[in-house]
Ligand binder design. Sequence first.
Ligand code: BGC
Length: 915
Amino acid sequence: MKKAILLIVFVFQSFLVIAQNGLELRHLQCEMLTNPLGIDVLQPRLSWQIITDKAEVEQIAYHVLVASSKEKLENNEADLWDSGKVESDASINVLYKGKKLNSRDDAFWKVKVWTNKGETQWSQTALWSMGILSYAEWKSTRWIGYNQLFEGDTIGQFSKLSARYVRKPIKLEKDVKEAKVYIMGMGLYELYINGEKIGNQVLAPVPTDYTKNVKYNVFDLTNKIEKGENVIGAILGNGRFFAMRQEYKPYKIKSFGFPKMAMQLVVTFEDGSKETIKTDESWKFTPYGPIRENNEYDGEVYDARMELPNWNKTGFDDSKWMNMMWVQEPGGFPEGQMTPNMKVMDVIKPKSITETKKGTYILDMGQNMAGWLQIKVKGNSGNIIKMKFAESLKDDGSLYIANLRDAQVTDTYILKGEGEEIWEPTFVYHGFRFVEISGYAYKPKLEDFVGKVVYDDLKTVGTFECSNPTMNQIFKNAYWGIRSNYKGMPIDCPQRNERQPWLGDRTTGAYGESFIFDNQTLYAKWLDDIKFSQTLDGGIPDVAPAFWRYYGDGVTWQGAYIKVADMLYQQFGDKKAIENHYLFMKKWMGYMESQYLKNDLMTQDKYGDWCVPPESLEIIRSKDPMRLTDGEVLSSSFYYHLLQLMKKFAKIIDADASDVADYDELSERIKTAFNAKYLNAKTFSYANNTVTANVLPLAFGMVPKELEEKVFQNMVHEIEVVKQGHISTGVVGTQFLMRTLTNFGRGDLAYKLASNTTYPSWGYMVENGATTIWELWNGNTADPEMNSQNHVMLLGDLMIWYYENMAGIKSSEAHPGFKQIIMKPDFNAGLSFVDATYESSYGSIKSHWTKKKNKLDWGVTIPPNTSALVYVPTADVSKVKINKQNLEGVSKHIKTEGNHLVFELKSGTYNIAVK
Ligand code: BGC
C-alpha cells in the first residue's frame, strides 16, 4: 500500500506543520484544553484529529505513548503509559490508563493511528502537566492578605477598594532548569516575574463560590526566572470575591472578604534539586498603587500619578510597604482550572465620535460588546478623564443608562502628565456600545480609542450564512451576545448591576452556543458550579455559583443542570459530564419529587414562561392569563422531559438497574396525570392553549400518538392565524419551538418566525438597530427596570435550528460528539442557500447548499473517522448524483424514508446534486 497521506492535527500550543513522508503533524489535546497545565483529574482524556485529503478514512487502531520526559518519548520509552496497539475507532476522549500520576508530573505524549487507508507516523509530541492533587500539599502554603480598609476604601452600596500590590524578592542559588507557578489570587490577580506580566489572560481566575472551590492557575516560568535575584509581583483585584454591594442586600449577595492569595513556585535546578517558594507573612504589599478602585459594576479608578515604577523588579525599595498577614483560607477546595481564562479576544475601532456638550464626547463602537476601552491621551498631571458606558443613546444623543440600574459603569483615568499616556483598566469590564468621554483638553480623535472585546478564550467553531439577510444579522447578533456573556461562567448580561449565571437562560442556549463556540470546558466547569451549589437536601439554586442566594425550586431553570450535561454528551461525546453529576442530578430529581409532586404533577414553578411578548409594549411582565402558561404545566412537562434524560443517562453510565424502571414508572404517571388534567381532547389543545403549553408536550413526546398531529395543527393555527406568524413564547417555550415546527413538517412556519422583521421577532430587534439579542421582545419600548439589550436567553433553540435543520449539521444521538452526523436540511423551509461550517472534535464539517428551480446543489464535508447519514428530498435514486456518479456507486446503504432518500457517506468532500 502506498504511504497514507494522513495528517494528524494537534490542537495544542504552536501550530507546527512539518511535511514528512507525506505526513503533516500538528496538535493534540488533553481534556480538550489548548493549554493543559495543571490538570487535576487522575485519568485525563486524550483526543486527536486525523486530517487527510483521502476519502472514507476510518481509524481502526491507535497507539498512545506517554513518557515523563521529552527525551524518553523521543526514544519511544513510554515509562508512564504504552497503550500498545488498541483496536478501536476512538479518537476523542480516550482515557489515560497508565501509571498513577503524581502532583506536578509532566506527561509527554504522542499517538499513531492505523486506518483503513494506511497508517500514520507518530504524531508530534504534546504535553500536559498535573496540578496539585491533594489538599495536604497546600498545607504549608499560607493564604496571605490584609483584612482592612485603607484610605479611600469604603464599604457600602458602592463599595470601593484599591488594588493590593504584592511583592516578594527571591534569591536562587543555582542554575534553573525549569519552574512552574501555581497561583490562587482572589478575587482577581495579575502575576509578574521580574517586571514581566505572566500570561495573556485577564480577569483571572474564573469565578467560583470560593467557599466551595477555588481555582488555581498554572504557568510555566522556565526562562523567566533565573539564578540570582528575582521578584514575584502580584496585583490583587476584587472581582466577585470582595463582593461589591454587600451592604445593599447582604442577605442576598454573597461576599467572601478582602482580597487574598496563595501561591507555590516550584523551581527545578540544573542539578536536579528542587525548591518550593510559598506565600507567607514575609511577602510585602501596598494598597497605595495606581488602581484606586476596581469594581465590576461601578468601574475602575486609575491614578497614574500613583504609579510605582519598577515595583515588580529587583532593586525596588519596599521598606515602606507593609507585610502581608496570614489570613483564613477561603474555604473552598483548591482545584486546577480546566477551562481557559478570559482574554482580550478581539479589538474593534470606534465608528464615530460626536461632541454633545462642550468637552463631552460620545463614542460609538458600532457594536454592543463586553470588554473595555483603551484610551490615548495627553495632558497635565492631575487631569481627569472619565468614561461612562451604555448600550444605547437617548433621543437627545446622551447616554441611556436607566436600564443599568445602580451600576455606575464609569472608568476614571487621572493623568501623570508625561506626554502620551495609554491606558486600559485591569479588573473591570463593561457591556456597552457607546462611551461618554469627558476631561480631554482637546478634541480626541477616533484613533485615540480601541474597544477591547473580553471573554473566555474559547475558539469560534461555527460560521453560518444563508440567503436571508435578517437571519444572517440575527446570527451575528447571537455571536456577539454569546461572546459578551461568557465570563468564566455564562452570565445573563454584561452591563447592569446583575451579571449573574442564571440557570434558565442557558438550559437550551448552551446547546445552540456549542455550534458557534467551543464551549465544552466552560460548561463542564459550570456543571461543577451547579453541583457545588447544591444544598445537602438536594436543592439547586437559580444562579450558580450562587452569588445570589436564590433557591427558588423551579424545574425549568434548575433543569439546566441535566440539559447542559446532555448537551456536553451529545455535542462533545463527553460522558464524564454525566458520570460526574449523575448522582447529584438524581438527588435533585428526588428532592423535587418529594417536595413538590402532588397528584403526579409537579406543582412548583418560579419564573413561568419568562418574558413572553406582553399585552402592552411598555410593560416587562405580562399579566394576561391568555399569554401566560400555568406553572404546573411548565414544571410537569419539563420534569417529564428530564426524567427521559435521566433514563438515557442511567443507561449510558450503567447506573442501578432500578433507576431506569423508576424513571419509567414516574414518567408514565406524570404523563397520564398531565394529559388527564390539561389535554382537551375536543379542542386538541393543552391548558389555556398558549403555544408554549402545546409545544412542550409535543416536543417531549407526551401527546397520545393518535392526537399528536391534531395538537400540532392546533398549535400551528395559533401561530399562523391567531398570532399572524409571530412569536408568542417566552424563555421556556422558545427552547423547543423551531425544532418542533420543523420536525412535524412546518419548517416553513419556523422560517417565517426566523425571518420576520415585525414585532415580536428576532428580526424586529435587528430592524430596531440591535447588534446583540435583547432581554425582552419589546426591548425598545419596555420599562428600563429589567431591559438589557444584551441577553441571550430569547434565542431559545434558534441557533440549533440554524445548524441542525437549515444547514443539516447535527450529531446523531446514537453516536454522539459528531461521530455520526445527521445531514438533513429542510430545503423547503424558504431559504435558497445555506453555507455553514462547524469545527467538531473530529474536524471540520461543512454544508453548503443552493436550491435552484429544479435542482439542488449540495456540498458537504465529513471529517475523517466519522460518517454521515445524508437525507435528500427525493425518493428517486436516479435523480441523485454524487460527485457526478450514480448514488449506488458511492453509497451502499440507501434507504427510503417517506419522500426522502437516506444514505450513508463516509468521510470526505462530496458534491451532491439532486434534480
Ligand atoms: C435575569 C434573567 C433571569 C431572570 C430570572 C433576570 O433578572 O436577567 O436572565 O433568568 O431574572 O427570572
